[in-house]
Ligand binder design. Sequence first.
Ligand SMILES: NC(=O)c1ccc[n+]([C@@H]2O[C@H](COP(=O)([O-])OP(=O)(O)OC[C@H]3O[C@@H](n4cnc5c(N)ncnc54)[C@H](O)[C@@H]3O)[C@@H](O)[C@H]2O)c1
Length: 346
Amino acid sequence: MSWLITGGCGFVGTNLAHALLTQGETVMVLDNLSRRGSRDNLEWLRSQHGSDWRFVEADIRDDDKVAHVVQDTQPQTIAHLAGQVAMTTSIQHPRLDFEVNALGTLNVLEAVRLHASEAIVIYSSTNKVYGSLESIPCQETETRYILPSHPHGLDESLQLDGYSPYGCSKLTADQYVRDYHRMFGLTTIVFRHSSMYGGRQFATYDQGWIGWFCLKALEMIDPNAPTFTISGDGKQVRDVLHADDLISAYLLAAKCSDRCAGEIYNLGGGMANSLSLLELFQALSAETGAAMRFERLDWRLGDQKVFVADVRKAAQHLGWHPHVSTTEGLQKMLAWSQELQQRFGE
Ligand SMILES: NC(=O)c1ccc[n+]([C@@H]2O[C@H](COP(=O)([O-])OP(=O)(O)OC[C@H]3O[C@@H](n4cnc5c(N)ncnc54)[C@H](O)[C@@H]3O)[C@@H](O)[C@H]2O)c1
């Protein structure tokens, strides 16, 4: 199979490219290298796979360039992962956020419609398309919020509610991707991701919270390290998905595209891999032996108290199940964070 990966030097893209190249697939990566860490990921892919693959430095906002790349490479599958990924940046720069996420996605879809209409398009959307979820009754336990009415997590039938420029731009893209199946017959698949983590992720305060707090956990080993901050009371819950499980979903979707075309899947670690911040801190302290010393800030506007994906649709259609437990995943993530700390002094 031949793949085009937009955003292929980001966290998800690098892991996907690596998995595909390891299997001997043909891979073209398109990335504008705007994300911190993307150049490092590019060099890492080159170190692992030499010149067995192609890279083009390009911006998905450039419709002519995107069309040219799609026409030229005629990929069988496109993983469209390039995006503006931080909620905070979207609030500071809503136009940039819209142009990259919404218009950039339209550019990819148009390129496929006009030049490679047989290709499968898999899009990385987000649980933020469901908004703040305030209307779902929530209870509080000692360490977390829970949604008693949704014991298996939240499924794809939830009402859509773009909240924040990021929520709106991703929702726009998500709907366009699905609609290009209905209107133009393209084979498109949407994954609505919750939190993902793993190697090659360059987490920041604004994006990639598991990675960010793994870095903080390592800092806490020094008893003189300053405290860090969290937003809210720490009982907010997400299901977390390790890169290994994430990549297997993309590979399966490409294989099962007949069944999955036009479908949308909530894709996360599911209830078994859900964590509140407080529970994450407990788990990280158990690994490092150091207490997590933090201070609380106000809640972030529109922050969901609980998002846990109901992954039963993905399990049924793709035969997909997450296998990496949070304990194993966090150990791997701490190892990656240690590497980042040593190499970049993070
Ligand atoms: N990581 C998560 O937890 C998470 C959760 C939900 C959704 N997603 C979505 O998954 C996708 C991949 O996320 P990620 O964590 O790998 O992000 P990332 O920031 O690590 O990777 C995104 C890549 O896209 C590139 N890029 C950004 N703007 C571009 C542009 N205009 N043209 C070309 N390339 C551009 C960046 O340089 C980067 O390499 C994103 O669309 C994101 O919204 C991620």
